[in-house]
Design a protein. Structure first.
Length: 413
């Protein structure tokens, strides 16, 4: 199948729920819908309902979990679906996986869809791990011979060999996810749908799972839809993304653009990577990374770009302080120690850290500008940014949570 072939297309997908203890509606509502359908009229409740905003009180008993969702996915593409809690991500995946039906709209796709939505979805707890592999394979449309040919790889990848003939009701949630993911990945569906469920697994398994999804898309030419709040994993795995906000598509673009948009959505996340002030000596500051991206990862470049007015050709000295969110100073950078003594003769200049040593977290920047010993300018918290864990040590896998404040290169002899 060509990489330009559209393998999945969502057209005007909407999903409406009724709030309260009854999820789909009362008997009177169902009778009203039926009477409208008999007369060939539109569902009367499609014209009502509030936007999917969990933080505000609405006026209707109905809410649109999703509203007019449109997107296409090409064969071999890895699509990241990101957004805050309650934005509609899991609802969308359930519709794509045919776990639930849309209130309106259509899904068109080619091939088999394998889904990993919740821990143990599709597993019978009374059956053994081995029996559940065959059961899930049959649900995906595989023959017994096809499943048997993949069985050894599935068991080995899951790491559950010792318990494969034990009923899955005795499995931990992590073991269940391991086996469920192995089944979904190795039985070679054309489309693999993975929700945040991978977060249940341990660090070793998450690395293996992300690596397997990369292999599926790059070598197998299969399509992956991936939902996660781990932006480093999304960035490393996905080529394109969509951002859901209050049940609607807020952005459909390259994954870096989507991550930047997502980080800017939340006031709890630092992402103020530009500063402008025409009246100051420092006219602008930009914080950039590789390829001028504003998505910052450990191990990638960290670039401070300044536009400074030095029309008087003064002897300027610039200090950059990088602080953690709890106000602890992590890095100090100063032009005082630069060997380039004509540093500020030009308008635009950069301070470059080739390999960002900061671990995953939130940081802010203070700037001091001196002329000789005279302080010209002090900018407090002029930049705020979030760092994601990257492949700092070039091992081919992302760093896990590090119990330190920064990273250094080292070697063992």
């Amino acid at each position: 199948m060509s990489s330009t072939t559209i393998i999945l297309k969502a057209e005007n997908i909407s999903k409406q729920y009724r709030l309260g203890t009854v999820g789909t509606g009362t008997l009177s509502h169902d009778l009203n819908r039926w009477w409208h359908a008999v007369r060939g009229k539109e569902d009367p409740y499609l014209k009502v309902g509030d936007t999917n905003d969990r933080s505000s009180k609405g006026t209707s008993d109905y809410v649109w979990a999703l509203k007019d969702i449109n997107f296409e996915v090409k064969s071999g593409e890895v699509l990241g679906i990101i957004g805050k809690n309650g934005a509609g991500k899991s609802t969308l995946l359930k519709i794509l996986s045919k776990v639930t039906t849309p209130t309106s709209g259509t899904i068109k796709y080619k091939g088999r869809i394998a889904s990993l939505l919740e821990v143990g979805t599709g597993f019978n707890p009374e059956l053994t791990g081995r029996e559940n592999v065959y059961l899930n394979g049959a649900i995906l449309g595989m023959t017994k011979k096809e499943i048997t040919s993949k069985l050894t790889e599935i068991i080995e990848f899951s790491g559950c060999e010792r318990y494969i003939d034990t009923p899955t009701k005795r499995y931990s949630s992590g073991m269940t996810v391991r086996l469920a993911f192995a089944v979904a990945a190795f039985l070679e569906p054309e489309i693999l749908v993975v929700d945040e469920v991978l977060a249940v697994g341990d660090a070793e398994f998450q690395k293996k799972a992300i690596g397997k999804m990369q292999d599926i898309s790059r070598e197998g030419g299969r399509t992956v839809l991936f939902v996660s709040h781990n932006m480093a994993a999304v960035k490393s795995l996905c080529t394109r993304g969509i951002v859901l906000e209050n049940g609607k598509v807020a952005m459909n673009s390259y994954i870096d653009n989507c991550i930047d948009y997502y980080l800017n959505m939340s006031t709890d996340v630092y992402n103020q990577t530009e500063y402008y002030n025409d009246t100051n000596f420092i006219k602008s500051i930009k914080l950039l990374s590789d390829n001028n991206s504003t998505t910052l990862q450990s191990g990638s470049s960290l670039i401070f770009e300044f536009e400074i007015d030095n029309s008087k050709q003064e002897n300027l000295n610039l200090h950059i302080g990088v602080y953690s969110r709890d106000e602890e100073k992590i890095i100090h950078l100063s032009s005082e120690y630069s060997q380039n003594k004509s540093l500020f003769n030009k308008k635009l200049h950069r301070c470059i850290i080739e390999k960002n040593p900061l671990v995953e977290g939130e940081y802010y920047v203070n700037i001091l500008l001196f002329s000789n010993d005279k302080k010209l300018e002090h900018l407090s918290k002029c930049l705020k940014f979030t760092v994601l864990n990257g492949d700092f040590y070039k091992t081919g896998s992302l760093l896990e949570k590090i119990p330190s404040k920064f990273l250094v290169d080292y070697e063992w002899n």
